[in-house]
Design a protein around this ligand. Structure first.
Ligand code: ZN
Length: 237
């Protein structure tokens, strides 16, 4: 799975294809998966907001979706081919608005989890996503532990919360096809943790585009490394 700016989850798996027929590998160590694979989780970023359109860092600002964002989410829901039994969303307005569009399409329940919220990046919120005099966008800096804007949630704390969320989700939504609606940095952090990537690896990836998604299988812990997430053989590292 690569974050290319396109919605990579759409049309990837047909409903009637059983998990056992896929060759799944541990997302961290590449070990073949145990047979008890049961869940499929898709993590998606919300539709575009007005601040997103202007390239401004949003973070904990509760910015609603723009008209373009609504159109984007409706289009994603329209083209969606994955089975969805449950939606779990961040309770921030832009995620909720995205989740509601998918709820309407699939007629499934929605749950909210605050651990899917975006990271607060404190003093950098509202800034243009570019550091004057350099070519590195702010979002790369947000992935580095040595970069801590004033009043921001510490990166370690944000990662710990995400780790706890993933652990709970693998248990709580066992056997389900779940669509999680979350945010750009949270989605990158989820991918980083699931794959066991270091900062060098994850900063090679762009911030996921609006309504971009990444899908992983979840099941019993990998016998080699203990990770509970898996992906198709050729997609794993
Ligand atoms: Zn493993």
């Amino acid at each position: 799975m690569e974050l290319t700016g396109k919605n990579i989850a759409i049309g990837k798996i047909s409903d009637n294809l059983r998990f056992e027929q896929r060759e799944l590998r541990c997302a961290q160590c590449g070990e073949p998966s145990p047979e008890s694979m049961t869940s499929y989780f898709i993590f998606m970023r919300h539709g575009q907001t007005l601040l997103n359109e202007q390239g401004i860092i949003v973070g904990s600002i509760d910015d609603p979706m723009s008209e373009a964002g609504f159109a984007q989410a409706r289009e994603a829901a329209e083209r969606w081919k994955e089975k969805v039994e449950l939606i779990v969303s961040s309770e921030m307005i832009r995620a909720k608005q995205t989740a509601d569009i998918f709820k309407e399409k699939f007629d499934v329940p929605i749950e909210y989890d605050h651990r899917l919220r975006e990271r607060c990046v404190g003093a950098d919120e509202g800034k243009q996503d570019e550091v004057p005099g350099t070519s590195s966008p702010l979002h790369d800096l947000f992935l580095r532990e040595d970069y801590q804007p004033k009043c921001a949630t510490p990166l370690k704390e944000f990662e710990e919360e995400t780790k706890e969320f993933l652990r709970d989700a693998a248990e709580k939504y066992k056997g389900k096809h779940v669509l999680f609606i979350t945010h750009g940095f949270r989605l990158l952090t989820i991918i980083k943790l699931i794959r066991g990537w270091d900062v060098g690896r994850i900063t090679k990836y762009k911030l996921p585009a609006n309504c971009e998604a990444a899908g992983f299988y979840a099941g019993e812990a990998c016998v080699t490394c203990g990770n509970r997430f898996y992906e198709e053989k050729n997609k794993a590292k």
